[in-house]
Design a protein around this ligand. Structure first.
Ligand SMILES: [Zn+2]
Length: 242
């Protein structure tokens, strides 16, 4: 299924709190509907360790079985129910991530980075953004319907493959929504979907989102070179029976 969020970012060291515009399906205003689990501290803890560069990525789950919504799919429940349309045109929004069918299990950081956002929606559970510094610039990975583990909040440095969260229980709709956003943080990086053409104040799909599955596959760690076959004995080798 798609996701609906009322994003509230708790930023790291700068302690900046960014309230994005309300974009969710549910009509209630963000100030009322959003449940912010952690308020920004008056003095944010400094980031003591810089994140390592993200040289490669991995999938956050050990298996990658797509749910009904992929990148660019119309934002509908699996039964076809439309989650959001543009008010003016009626155009159905498009899904920015990939939904992965899964049970409740650990979720791993897709690459070295730092958690830059955590928000909670009463229906759609936790959302996490991790910022990665790559050779091609900053990339954010977005994880929805997860609960961070203790100690994993904004400002926390993570390494590739580190378990930082668990899939949230959403009953028959339990799944991971995973997206890749090219660029540094902006409120739109929380979007689980965007309109096909700019409308209602939202940028057109895909904005800075890219196909998450394609991106990860293209940035997997390069396998170390296969060792050459052990050299044959250089002086006295004789074939069997020879
Ligand atoms: Zn989704």
């Amino acid at each position: 299924m798609g996701l609906v969020v009322h994003p509230v970012l708790r930023a790291p060291a700068a302690a900046a709190v960014v309230l994005s515009t309300m974009w969710a399906l549910m009509p209630s205003p963000v100030s009322k509907a959003a449940t912010v689990v952690t308020a920004a501290p008056a003095v944010a803890a400094p980031i003591v360790a810089a994140a390592q560069k993200a040289d490669s990525f991995q999938f956050p789950l050990p298996t990658w079985k797509p749910h009904c919504l992929g990148f660019g799919s119309q934002w509908r429940l699996c039964d076809g129910t439309v989650l959001r349309r543009c008010a003016a045109t009626g155009a159905v929004w498009l899904h920015t991530g990939v939904d992965i069918r899964t049970g409740i299990q650990p979720v791993r950081a897709a690459a070295n980075g730092v958690i830059v956002g955590y928000t909670v929606d009463p229906v759609f559970k936790g959302g996490v953004l991790i910022k990665h510094q790559t050779a091609q610039g900053v990339v954010l990975t977005q994880y929805w319907h997860v609960w961070p583990r203790a100690g994993f909040g904004p400002g926390k440095v993570v390494t590739k493959g580190q378990v930082f969260a668990d899939i949230a229980n959403m009953g028959s709709r339990t799944h991971l929504h995973f997206a890749v956003f090219r660029g540094d943080y902006q409120p739109n990086a929380w979007r689980g979907a965007l309109p096909p053409t700019a409308c209602d104040g939202f940028p057109a799909f895909p904005n800075r989102f890219v196909n998450a599955t394609t991106f990860i596959k293209a940035h997997l760690a390069v396998a170390p070179p296969t060792p050459a076959a052990a050299p044959l004995h250089h002086c006295r080798y004789a074939p069997m029976g020879g």
